[in-house]
Design a protein around this ligand. Structure first.
Ligand code: PMP
Length: 440
């Protein structure tokens, strides 16, 4: 297809305005093209697999709002549900039926989840799950894994993935050292390190939190036996296991990563708590945490762990989430798999042909491309990649009308609306982008 010019005057004009009133011109750091350079595109509309920017250029979207848009942009059934809900009112500050229906849908899909509490972001979900785990166990230490991102919760920002990885920050300024000291960071996929830390401090550890299958350092699925070890070791020491499925939930399968790895993966039993977001909000601010009923009973108003939200269970957001999940049928997951198969094959062939070292890793339909040789199993191996080659590849794809995540440390996301025409547009752009990566 015809290449777009690399400059984007209308987006640049908006960025200039934004820079005057917003730090870095963006409301979430990875949206700024800091890691890849250039002008972030200001989008004005989305339809199915396409986004259109302020310069009127159309892109095949492989970010999908960082996960939520699993059915594609402006899906007619979700739009209808949102319009109808908005007609009835925007926010009641009382319970309403859609909240119940959305909770029922989640509980029905993810077998170990008995109860959920709705919140408005993945960050809120993980923050609340951690407070709950601490309240339930009466302990304070939390174990997390380097390269996993769980939102911008103070105690979870140490060696975090996503934007923290993109900008190569060890952690965040502004987190009190006392709070950072409550978090133990371990290498991902390292069972001996986990066993060692529990042998030393097991009686003080409230919970292990892990991305069910990490996607925030690129896609790094658990090695066989790792998930089972997490369950076994936490159970032995009376700590809770929190599986963060904000990214994988309802995307890797109808029951998320749990639906793929399931009982076999967890071996000694399911995680105690889960966190969800992204897909379950259908592009609106809705997220959740949930799990064992006896643990959830510790939450106010039934228990002593406080947690609340003015907009929690918002009627418009829950309508969007419910309609999205109701349309996430088996056919949708089949199509997501087909699109990912086609794209990963195409990317692999193009990079091979151009002689660019790479490894492509997958978790269901989530995948990412590491510009390096050899499998990535943890944050150290994820970081050892050719970021300039990625940046060259990214810009070539963008100029050819393909919108990729602007970071080498993020998953690519597809939707069920990615039809053959959209896939073919991506495939057609790959050889030129691969040559650009080779020349970087
Ligand atoms: N957990 C995971 C695994 C995530 O991927 C994210 C966001 N990318 C979050 C938590 C935080 O969610 P939010 O951005 O909605 O706060």
């Amino acid at each position: 297809m015809t290449a777009y010019p690399s400059d984007a005057p209308a987006s640049q004009a908006l960025l200039d305005r934004a820079l005057a009133v917003t730090p870095g011109g963006v409301n979430s750091p990875v949206r700024a093209f800091r890691a890849v350079g250039g002008t972030p595109r200001f989008m004005v509309s989305g339809q199915g697999p396409y986004l259109t920017d302020a310069d009127g250029r159309e892109y095949v979207d492989l970010v999908c709002s960082w996960g939520p848009m699993i059915l594609g942009h402006s899906h007619p059934a979700v739009l209808e549900a949102v319009q109808q809900a908005a007609t009835r009112g925007f926010s009641f500050g009382t319970p309403s039926e859609n909240e119940v229906a959305l909770a029922e849908e989640i509980v029905a899909r993810v077998e170990p989840v008995e109860q959920v509490r709705l919140v408005s972001s993945g960050t809120e979900a993980t923050m609340s799950a951690i407070r709950l785990a601490r309240g339930f166990t009466g302990r304070s230490l939390i174990v997390k894994f380097a390269g996993c991102y769980h939102g911008h919760v103070d105690s979870l920002l140490a060696q975090a993935g996503s934007g923290v990885a993109t900008f190569a920050l060890p952690d965040s300024a502004g987190v009190p050292k006392e709070m950072a000291a409550e978090t133990i960071v371990l290498p991902y996929n390292d069972i001996p390190a986990l066993e060692e830390v529990f042998a030393e401090r097991g009686a003080d550890i409230a919970a292990v939190i892990t991305e069910a299958s990490p996607g925030n350092m690129g896609v790094v699925p658990p090695l066989p036996g790792f998930t089972a070890a997490l369950r076994r070791v936490t159970a032995e020491h009376g700590a809770l296991l929190i599986s963060d499925e904000v990214m994988t939930g309802f995307r890797c399968s109808r029951a998320g990563w749990f639906g793929l790895e399931g009982d076999a993966g967890y071996a000694a039993g399911a995680p105690d708590l889960f966190t969800f977001g992204k897909v379950m909000g259908g592009g609106f601010p809705a997220a959740a945490f949930g799990g064992r009923a006896d643990v959830m009973a510790m939450l106010a108003p039934t228990g002593p762990v406080y947690q609340a939200g003015t907009l929690s269970g918002n009627p418009v957001a829950t309508a969007a989430g419910l309609a999205t999940l109701q349309h996430c049928t088996d056919d949708v997951y089949t199509r997501l798999g087909e699109v990912s198969d086609a794209l990963t094959t195409g990317v692999g062939e193009a990079l091979d042909a151009a002689g660019v070292p790479h490894v492509i890793q997958r978790a269901g339909s989530m995948f990412s491309v590491f510009f390096r040789d050899g499998a990535v199993t943890d944050y150290d191996t994820a970081r050892a990649q050719d970021v300039p080659a990625f940046a060259a590849f990214f810009h070539s794809m963008l100029d050819q009308g393909v919108h990729l995540p602007p970071s080498a440390f993020e998953s690519w996301f597809v939707s069920a609306s990615h039809d053959d025409a959209a896939v073919d547009r991506v495939l057609a752009a790959l050889p030129t982008a691969a040559s650009a990566a080779a020349a970087a």
